[in-house]
Structure formats: structure tokens, C-alpha cells
Design a protein around this ligand. Structure first.
Ligand SMILES: [Zn+2]
Ligand SMILES: [Zn+2]
Length: 344
């Protein structure tokens, strides 16, 4: 049954029956939040509802004054007679697909998701629905990820290689999610690990949630005569000339991102090493997830919408590309740079 439980209006995805938005673009009366990345969570809404596992992150991002409630994964909450529940999306800590049910009609809004293994969050769980709203950040057939273990080994080898040549290893990673996934997966016996403040803020929340991360030190608090040549430093994407980097002396840079799959991205950003590691579904994962949802209708948001919409239409599904406000979001690694470059 293909109803109109959700609609796209000027503030994003709205459920009129339940009077709430999912990841609204502007402040709303009630915001149901898939996860704490800034393109999904805007501050200023009157009430937030998110998965319990992501509550601390949403509270941090929405501000201490915000009214944030959490629901356990799989436990429905009644919003004006509409059943809303959260199901793991495997993207970052506390990330969810939102299942919305009313009078027999079921929608699922994926938020961002991935199927690949990630010890820092609950694994993706398929949700059956009539209409599936899927992300498509990497919705092109060229995007196929290798096993994440291969990318993590690449980081280890790059770090060891830098140690041999007396260089510090500066790894740029998105500070919420990617940084913690890297930390949880690398070989921490190689050397000391330091972090930028933006990364450390989220490390603390992950550790409080019981996620095992190796010990890290805040780079800014390191003594003046610290030998950085054996160290791995995890920072949000910064330009090579950023003053925060000066203290490390001679260093090599790497960036962990799905965008490193595109030839030229690394060079354009003048980064020494590109590590392909994404927290989004690749092309085969998008297709299998859509199939497993059992949905007859698919709304495609984020990223390469048209390619995926076309593929789905050609394969017998009713598909619509749905515009998102944040087209700048194409770079999964860039979101926080503005806020963090101030720290020097
Ligand atoms: Zn995200
Ligand atoms: Zn997103």
C-alpha cells in the first residue's frame, strides 16, 4: 500500500499524521533524528527524539538546553497515534533508520548507513517497509568498498613507514564517527596516538558509551619537547598550512574517506596518502539494502540521486529523487572544518 505518510516540504521530511519531522533542516516543534552529523541534526528544535545510543551525541550537538529524549532500538514510541521506532543503521554510534507506521502503512527513513563492519556502533539491521527513503551519497557503480581491514592495514603500514623516515603521521578523518572507527581498528602498539580537540570531544562520548578505543592524548596538551616522529595524530581535515600542524615538524598526511576512491581527490587536497574508508553504503550495499527492505517505492536523497533513481526505475521499482538542502554534503570529510580550524 503506497500512501502519503511522509511528505517533502520546505523544511524536509514531514509526517503530518504524527506532526513531526525527520532530520528537519530548520528548527521544528518535534524533530526525530537519525544521527548526530550536522547535515541531519540542526539546533533549535523544541523537542528531539533519537535512539538512546545516540542521545549523548545529539545532546552535545544540539546544545545543553535542548530537550532530547532517547528510545531503545526496536522499541516503538507513540507520536500522536503514529508508531515510531529506531533501528541500527551501522553508520556511527547511535545512528538509526527510523521506522514509521500508521494505519498499516510503513515507511523507513534510512539516514546514512553502511553494511561494512564497524566495532564502534551497532550493526545495520534491515527494516521491512512499503516506502524506503534511502541515502545515496555514493550512489554510483564505481563505488565499491574493499574489506575495511585492508584500509586499516594500509594506515598501519603508512604509520610504520613514516616512523622509519622520522616523520609524524597526520591522519585526517571526519571527527565524529570516522576518527573513532579508525582508532578502534588500527594497531595501537605501533606508537603513541594524539588527537585534535574536535576528535577528542567525540572520543570521550564513545568511551562513555562503552566503545573500546586505544588511549589517546590531546595534542595541544603535549609537552613542548614531544618527539612526534613516532606518533599518529588524528585530526579533522585541515589544510597543510594550518598553524595547528606546525608543532609536528616534518610530517606526512593521509585522509580516510570514501571520496579517496575518486582519482584526483587526494592530489587536489595535496594529501600524501588517500585511504578509502567510508561510513556510507557502497553501490552494491545500496542495492541489496533496498531489495531487502521489500519496499515498492523508494525515495532517493543525498549525493548521486539520479543514477540510483534511474537504476531502480529500470528494475521495476517506483523511485523518486528527493532534493536535499545540503548539496555541499558531498564531502563526508569536510563538515566540521569551519568549526575546528579556529583551534590553533
Ligand atoms: Zn552521517
Ligand atoms: Zn548525511
Amino acid at each position: 500500500m503506497l500512501g502519503t505518510l511522509l511528505e517533502r516540504n520546505s523544511n524536509g521530511l514531514y509526517c503530518a499524521a504524527g506532526d513531526f519531522y525527520v532530520d528537519p533542516w530548520e528548527p521544528a516543534e518535534r524533530a526525530v533524528i537519525t544521527h548526530a552529523h550536522a547535515d541531519h541534526l540542526r539546533p533549535g528544535s523544541r523537542q528531539y527524539l533519537t535512539a538512546r545510543a545516540g542521545l549523548a551525541l545529539v545532546q552535545t550537538r544540539a546544545g545543553p538546553e535542548a530537550r532530547v529524549e532517547g528510545a531503545e532500538y526496536g522499541t516503538p514510541v507513540d507520536l500522536n497515534g503514529v508508531r515510531v521506532s529506531f533501528h541500527p543503521a551501522g553508520h556511527i554510534l547511535g545512528s538509526s533508520q527510523v521506522r514509521i507506521e500508521h494505519r498499516g502503512e510503513v515507511w523507513a527513513v534510512s539516514g546514512d548507513y553502511k553494511l561494512a563492519s564497524d566495532p564502534t556502533c551497532a550493526p545495520f539491521e534491515p527494516v521491512r517497509c512499503h516506502t524506503f527513503v534511502t541515502e545515496s551519497t555514493f550512489g554510483l557503480p564505481i563505488f565499491r568498498w574493499l574489506d575495511p581491514g585492508i584500509s586499516l592495514d594500509e594506515i598501519n603500514a603508512w604509520w610504520r613507514g613514516n616512523q622509519e623516515t622520522g616523520k609524524a603521521s597526520v591522519l585526517f578523518a571526519y571527527p565524529l564517527g570516522k576518527a573513532q572507527r579508525v582508532l578502534a581498528g588500527i594497531d595501537s602498539s605501533i606508537g603513541p596516538i594524539y588527537t585534535h580537540g574536535a576528535v577528542e570531544t567525540f572520543n570521550r562520548i564513545y568511551r562513555d558509551a562503552g566503545v573500546a578505543l586505544p588511549s589517546t592524548a590531546y595534542a595541544r596538551s603535549a609537552p613542548a619537547r614531544t618527539d612526534w616522529s613516532r606518533a599518529l595524530i588524528i585530526a579533522p581535515p585541515l589544510s597543510k598550512t594550518n598553524p595547528w600542524l606546525r608543532r609536528f615538524g616534518d610530517f606526512s598526511t593521509a585522509m580516510a574517506s570514501g571520496w579517496m576512491r575518486i582519482r584526483g581527490t587526494r592530489r587536489r587536497r595535496s594529501i600524501d596518502r588517500g585511504i578509502v574508508l567510508s561510513d556510507h553504503a557502497d553501490w552494491p550495499a545500496l542495492l541489496s539494502t533496498i531489495k531487502d527492505s521489500g519496499a515498492e517505492r523508494v525515495w532517493v536523497t543525498h549525493g548521486y540521486r539520479t543514477a540510483l533513481e534511474q537504476w531502480l526505475s529500470e528494475n521495476g521499482l517506483e523511485a523518486h529523487a528527493v532534493e536535499t538542502q545540503f548539496e555541499g554534503e558531498r564531502d563526508e570529510a569536510v563538515e566540521d572544518v569551519g568549526a575546528t580550524e579556529a583551534e590553533s
